[in-house]
Ligand binder design. Structure first.
Ligand code: 1HN
Length: 357
């Protein structure tokens, strides 16, 4: 073999790769650069789902299948670059779920953690471990890992009766760890054993039981964070506090017992961009999913030499993938809910954020 002749060397290497392939081996040096890229190289793409486009299909789904037959009547928001994988980023699942008056989405439980962010409608409830909570637009609700949960709608049949919420789950993460288990309930609906609001009274008044029992492990014992209280906090901050040049007025939801994220795998945030806000650019390793609550604005995204601009209004959804530079703008002012896998990055000590000038 002539090591100085590139052509014959290439032929020899190729033969070598083929020889080791039958022993399920492959040379690192051919893939090393891609395995440890100079900066996060996500296959995910920024994407926007305009609610005006999505809603008619959700309502059509409501005519084609019942919540009970579907178990969960959801249109999955798939990242356009990851079609067929049921995920919006490599680690997160997102979908829009519809429930209509009189319907029940039957009781089950799974190791995957879920969050609900209510997008429209009134009259629906979700039940977690024997306690029901009603769902109102802007409410953030948690289904902790391995807790029984069902949803229902007791409202009247009216034009605005459909209730739609954003589901956020850590499905791809649990799939990665091969740690997904699920179980169906014996009854369609679980028996209600607790008064509505009990968990909020017990854990959500800036107080905790003297002998705190962590009913859901690392997950927050409060499973419903109503929009009313979040909104008031943000609007008071907008009026009376300094506005962050990157985020506007942004707060993170917490597990009051730990100060950490509400769920071990997902962080959730709400932010208010004041009217006329022109945010500075930032990038983060945690890809984030946004649900627009009120108002309108735009987000400009860039990565290498690619550029995206999304104009958004109420109930629109968009995804900012890992390490894409983002800049938020709002002429009118707006409120944005978002969630990401940040707690996992932080637990691993790999979370990075650049707040650029
Ligand atoms: C689930 O249990 C719900 O409980 C929603 O509403 C979406 C997606 C995959 C697996 C389980 C729910 C889900 C899900």
């Amino acid at each position: 073999m002539d090591m100085t002749d590139p052509a014959s060397l290439a032929t020899e290497r190729k033969a070598f790769y083929e020889a080791i392939a039958s022993y399920s081996m492959t040379p690192l040096w051919e893939v090393l650069h891609a395995l440890v890229p100079p900066s996060p190289a996500t296959p995910c793409q920024p994407a926007l789902w305009k609610y005006a486009d999505v809603r008619p299909y959700l309502m059509r789904a409501g005519q084609l299948i019942t919540a009970e037959e579907a178990v969960r009547r959801v249109l999955i928001l798939e990242n356009p670059a990851l079609r067929g994988q049921s995920c919006i980023t490599q680690s997160l699942y997102a979908g829009l779920q519809l429930i209509l008056p009189g319907e029940v989405a039957p009781s089950h439980r799974h190791t995957q953690s879920a969050l609900r962010f209510v997008v429209e409608g009134n009259g629906a409830y979700t039940a977690v471990d024997g306690e029901r909570t009603h769902m109102a637009p802007g409410d953030f609700i948690i289904t902790p890992s391995w807790t029984w949960h069902d949803h229902g709608h007791q409202g009247a049949v009216e034009a605005d009766a459909p209730v739609v919420w954003l589901d956020g789950l850590d499905i791809p993460m649990l799939r990665f760890f091969d740690a997904g288990f699920a179980e169906n309930g014996t009854a369609k609906q679980q028996v209600v054993t607790k008064a509505e609001g009990l968990s909020r009274h017990r854990y959500g008044a800036n107080m905790l039981p003297v002998r705190y029992d962590a009913p859901f492990g690392q997950t927050s014992p409060i499973f419903s964070y109503p929009y009313e209280r979040t909104r008031e906090a943000l609007f008071e901050l907008e009026t009376h506090a300094e506005i962050d040049a990157w985020d506007g007025a942004k707060l993170r939801y917490v597990n009051p017992a730990s100060g950490g994220s509400p769920m071990p795998t997902m962080a959730t945030f709400m932010q208010r961009l004041p009217a006329g806000f022109a945010g500075k650019p930032y990038r983060q390793t945690d890809g984030a999913v946004f649900s627009v609550v009120e108002g309108s604005g735009s987000v400009t995204l860039s990565r290498n030499d690619q550029l995206w601009t999304f104009e958004f209004g109420p109930r629109d959804h968009f995804v900012i993938p890992s390490w894409h530079t983002a800049q938020l703008h709002s002429m009118q002012g707006c409120v944005l809910f978002s969630f990401s896998d940040r707690p996992v990055h932080q637990a691993l000590g790999i979370h990075k954020e650049d707040r650029l000038p």
